[in-house]
Design a protein around this ligand. Structure first.
Ligand SMILES: Cc1cc2nc3c(=O)[nH]c(=O)nc-3n(C[C@H](O)[C@H](O)[C@H](O)COP(=O)(O)OP(=O)(O)OC[C@H]3O[C@@H](n4cnc5c(N)ncnc54)[C@H](O)[C@@H]3O)c2cc1C
Length: 375
């Protein structure tokens, strides 16, 4: 094989493709990246920028912790914002307080630090604002990380483009991968191994793999709002709905009363699949979300009622009458009820990695190390 052939061709320049490229560079491999757009605009730039380490299912905890180390190493190398700010899970009822206590008992008091109601509200408050008076306590998860989703992927791509063993092919659509070659809208890109990281569009290249694993599209409504006066918390802020979505908490015995309470008091939040949470970007604006709707395709329409529930709920938490919305958008990620991470080998030298739940930012660097160990 010619020396000009790279060790790895990666299809997709979202966080999964780029994390694999960064890991490959660390291992001294040469890489070419094929991306259909002029810059990443997929799930990796539309999310909260929350690496949710501690609340992972025990089966994914090691991958998440390895990913955390990968994020910190990459942030130092590329120079992007990645504060070790953790996450705060608010408890707003005795049932939610009982769930974070059970979580603390499982994971230990270092990993899950309980806060009093005063400690939690003082982090959320500001001049002329009183955060939600129903807050009874909170759990601080110090291992969780934050990044800015709007800028991080582009910064990593720019760093990669400067590395001697890396070549980027932007605005180049992969139409087919055969052994050791990617057939694109601009010709064939060859490599010793091809790694397909195309997120929710896996079904467009590998429909049978997607169908066999029940992969569909999950769409989520998000908004960017102006932060209320005095709010300067870099931690992700999660609520009772989040407790039911992250397996580390959702599988505990105390989750059932939390679910029952939401079914009684706030059934619309369950209906829209809410994970009501928010994160602050370095410019001070807040990313607010989210809802979950599933299907094979993702209709483009945003539902104002869904937004109203999420914005209303977060306004209450922050103690403001309304939040000043700057942008709204829909994010889409791959989802499968069967697995959180779908790895497939399509040909001897062509494989794919797809995160099939809303955890790609959390797991990216841990998964990349595992993929390259196995190549
Ligand atoms: C609203 C929202 C909130 C989320 N919040 C979080 C969070 O806080 N924490 C967390 O861990 N995860 C979160 N997630 C999930 C996370 O964002 C995704 O799991 C992750 O970004 C998936 O990365 P990816 O690289 O696989 O996909 P993408 O970012 O979608 O990238 C795939 C890339 O492949 C390219 N591509 C596709 N097909 C082709 C082709 N044929 N040829 C060339 N290029 C192609 C696309 O253009 C795209 O750039 C969230 C997701 C959403 C939508």
């Amino acid at each position: 094989m010619s020396a000009a052939i790279p060790d790895l061709v990666i299809v997709g320049a979202g966080i999964i493709g780029l994390a694999h490229a960064v890991e490959a560079v660390h291992r001294g491999l040469t890489v070419e990246i094929v991306e259909r757009d002029a810059e990443a605009v997929g799930a990796s730039v539309r999310n909260f920028g929350h690496a949710c380490i501690t609340a992972q299912d025990p089966a994914l905890l090691e991958t998440a912790q390895a990913s955390r180390r990968g994020w910190l190493r990459t942030a130092a190398q590329c120079g992007f914002w990645a504060p070790e700010a953790g996450a705060i899970v608010l408890a707003r009822s005795p049932a939610e307080a009982a769930l974070i206590e059970e979580f603390r008992d499982r994971r230990g008091a270092e990993a899950v630090r309980l806060l009093t109601a005063d400690e939690a509200t003082s982090r959320l408050g500001g001049p002329a604002r009183t955060p939600d008076p129903t807050i009874v306590g909170a759990a601080l998860l110090p291992a969780d990380l934050r990044v800015d989703p709007r800028s991080t992927v582009a910064t990593i791509a720019a760093w990669l483009a400067d590395q001697p063993g890396v070549r980027m092919h932007w605005r180049t659509n992969a139409v087919r991968c055969t052994d050791a070659a990617v057939h694109t809208s601009r010709g064939v890109v060859r490599g010793r191994h091809v790694l397909v990281c195309v997120g929710h569009d896996l079904d467009l290249l590998y429909p049978k793999t997607a169908e066999d694993n029940a992969v569909e599209r999950c769409r989520l409504q998000m908004a960017l709002v102006r932060a209320p006066a005095g709010f300067a918390l870099d931690s992700a802020v999660l609520t009772g709905t989040s407790m039911l979505r992250y397996a580390g908490m959702a599988k505990l015995a105390a989750a059932a009363p939390v679910r029952a309470e939401l079914e009684r008091g706030n059934p619309e939040l369950l209906e829209l699949g809410a994970n009501m949470m928010f994160t602050r970007r370095p410019d001070g604006t807040l990313l607010i979300g989210d809802s979950h709707h599933y299907g094979l395709t993702a209709p483009p329409f945003l539902d104002e009622e869904v937004s109203a529930h999420l914005l209303g709920g977060i306004s209450r938490i922050l103690g403001v009458d309304r939040l000043d919305v700057l942008q709204r958008w829909q994010g889409v990620y791959a989802s499968s009820g069967r697995t959180d991470v779908l790895r497939a080998r399509h040909e001897p030298t062509v494989s794919s990695v797809t995160v099939t739940t809303g955890l790609g930012m959390t797991l990216a660097f841990g998964l990349a190390a595992e993929t390259l160990d196995a190549l």
